[in-house]
Design a protein around this ligand. Sequence first.
Ligand SMILES: Cc1ncc(COP(=O)(O)O)c(C=O)c1O
Length: 441
Amino acid sequence: MSTFTECQPILPVSAGLKNGKLQIAGFDLETLALKYDTPLYLYDGATLRHQVESIRSLFGCYPGEWEITYAGKAYFSLGFARKIAELGLGVDVASLRELMMAKRAGFDPERVHLHGNNKSPEALELALEWGIHSIVVDSLDEIDFLTEIASRLGKVARIWLRITPGMEIDNVHPYMQTGSSSSKFGLSVIDGTASKGIQRAKANRWLDLSGLHIHLGSQIYFGDPYANALRMLIELAEREGLVPREISPGGGWGQPYVPEQLKAARPVSDWISAVCAAVNSEYSKRNWPLPKIVIEPGRYLAARAGVALYRVGTTKFTADGTYFIAVDGGLADNPRPALYGAQYAAIMVNNPEAEGRFSSHIVGKFCESGDELIKGIMMPMVQRSDLMVTPVAGAYQLSMSSNYNMATRPCVLWLEEGQEEILQKRERPELEGWWVSADEA
Ligand SMILES: Cc1ncc(COP(=O)(O)O)c(C=O)c1O
């Protein structure tokens, strides 16, 4: 069991207790659950701003330009994208639809970056037509592909090259590693592809190579790998006769999901100071003009701002004494436990300080044995229709959600003290849209 007190550092900053019940941004969660149904996802505006400010305040240490660019893949919807744009952040998008969403949400194209290891021609065309800041080119093949499109449209493409430094990070799940030389992403330093890419881009009149980019992976808690990778990137640039005007160390800063992870978690200042110091010293050493640093946090900004609110259904004890608690969501709205063995905490809304008594598995309602949100957590006795919150639900849950078992995706609310706003409507349960064959539509 995780109590409110234990979980406070991972709950939204506006979470509190009133009359012994958990509330967020002053909202009674039972009232919200009755109004919007469950599963229900809640994003706390105060927490998102808190996370943004915690990074912004650290960039004072860097004398050059810098930008915080939210990684839209963590969670994106039109309403959320607008909140991010209003906060003055840039956005990193990784698909045509994310790009279209960024455009519709009113982002300044100068703050938009397009990523992806296999971008569609439509995404590249829109990026060029809209004039976004940079297309982050991922391979030699893409240099040629983009050149064809840019020359056909008569537009010079401003690009970064995504470089794979050939690094693996300790204690990071293999599915979250992206910097190793066998990664599907980027141009490898180790086999010389990165050098070829720089030369090919420099010689190409349809490309303006303004920056270099790396992204090492996710859930990283140490500044050193970033500093080492940036040094490697800058040495590579020097060897190839390039002075990058922009440098991006990607995203990936860690976020604790359960109270037990708090001890190992490091403050975000470790990340920002390592990045700023490495770039500053490597550029100064070479007498190069300082570049703009663009960081791309996704999880760090969005994860803690979000919680998932579920209602308990069936409960049972198995022969070995395990307590199964089934809730009305699971694998379809949160595939992370199945995908990465991700850990979560659970807090009962009406009994948030209850001590755990039974070793329990909190499972979803989907037809997969792997649909286990939390394995082996100590829980008190709970009842059908009790409400449960899982904190740190704001990143890579809904953006990876599915319609498995024909589930409808949940409703998502944005909460400010005394004010709720729908970010995403619950998908309608009627059999319509793409579920219906063409002749029945
Ligand atoms: C290129 C790039 N930048 C930034 C991110 C964001 O990572 P995180 O959410 O861990 O900060 C990702 C995540 O996959 C990414 O691929």
